[in-house]
Design a binder for this molecule. Structure first.
Ligand code: NAP
Length: 251
């Protein structure tokens, strides 16, 4: 029970890495708010966790909307009494992964809105409640694409780089209040987000070939890293970046 007594919000918590995180958090004793735009998956996951004896509530949240963040934080405190952990996991990939000269401003803004502004708002609205309980842990899901370049969409890279640097700056701002902020950098992981890409001829094999541990990640590989950063086991860790990529960026 590594999160016994803790209350957590997991944005993007209904699918993929967020889903695995919600399940593991609940199994480790946390009361979990699954916050997502995917109502069908979110409600089903809430039922699943409850049937397994965990405590969870699904709330609809578009992470780009500040009023909705206010409402979700308030509802979390109403239902579960406090807030200790926020995982900012909601994210989208750049549709079509266009080269920069073909990147539309609308497409750029859409990716930055969810992946960068969503992380900012989730952090912003966690602070007051975490201060009230004397500290907390915010875990922002970036990507190895926040650390290195690739031929993938530059909007996605920019958004994940923003998430990385934002996390370090927020960590410094709130360290004296024991509010820790860290980023997690997954490599290539099989989730609904990457299903289409990993299903294209050759892509899966190419990505496995680039990964020293010789396979793609599964959501639980990432969720266990998030669990460590969310728990008090990482109480001396802030402003750090946890790369979980099978060795991909070590070479
Ligand atoms: P996923 O399975 O698509 O899960 C993301 C969840 O976020 C979905 O339920 C999605 O809903 C939701 N979402 C999208 N826009 C939202 C918004 N505006 N407000 C609230 N929720 C929203 O993706 P994943 O692969 O688990 O990705 C989770 C995080 O890890 C993302 O930040 C992603 O960038 C990052 N990441 C993933 C990989 C990878 O290889 N999979 C690698 C590095 C980093 P819909 O399904 O309805 O859109």
């Amino acid at each position: 029970m590594r999160l016994e007594g803790k209350v957590a919000i997991v944005s993007g918590g209904a699918s993929g890495i967020g889903e695995a995180t919600s399940r593991i958090f609940a199994a480790e004793g946390a009361r979990v708010v699954i916050a997502d735009v995917n109502d069908e998956l979110g409600s089903a996951l809430e039922s699943d966790i409850r049937n397994d004896g965990g405590e969870a509530a699904y709330l609809n949240l578009d992470v780009t909307d500040e009023d909705q963040w206010r409402a979700v934080v308030a509802e979390t405190v109403t239902r579960f009494g406090k807030l200790d952990i926020v995982v900012n996991g909601a994210g989208i990939s750049a549709p079509g992964r266009p080269p920069t000269e073909q990147q539309t401003v609308e497409g750029w803004d859409a990716v930055m809105d969810v992946n960068a502004k969503g992380v900012f708002l989730g952090t912003k609205h966690a602070i007051a409640e975490m201060r009230r309980v004397g500290g907390g842990s915010i875990v922002n899901i970036s990507s190895i694409y926040g650390n290195v370049g690739s031929k993938g969409g530059t909007a996605y890279h920019a958004s994940k780089g923003a998430c990385r640097a934002f996390s370090k700056a927020a960590a410094i701002q709130y360290a004296d209040e024991k509010i820790r902020v860290n980023s997690v950098h997954p490599g290539f992981v099989d989730t609904p987000m990457t299903e289409g890409l990993h299903g294209q001829p050759g892509v899966r094999e190419e990505r496995i070939g680039k990964t020293p541990l010789g396979r793609l990640g599964v959501p639980e590989d990432i969720a266990y890293g998030i669990l460590y950063l969310a728990s008090d086991e990482s109480r001396f860790v802030t402003g750090s970046e946890l790369v979980i990529d099978g060795g991909m960026t070590a070479q």
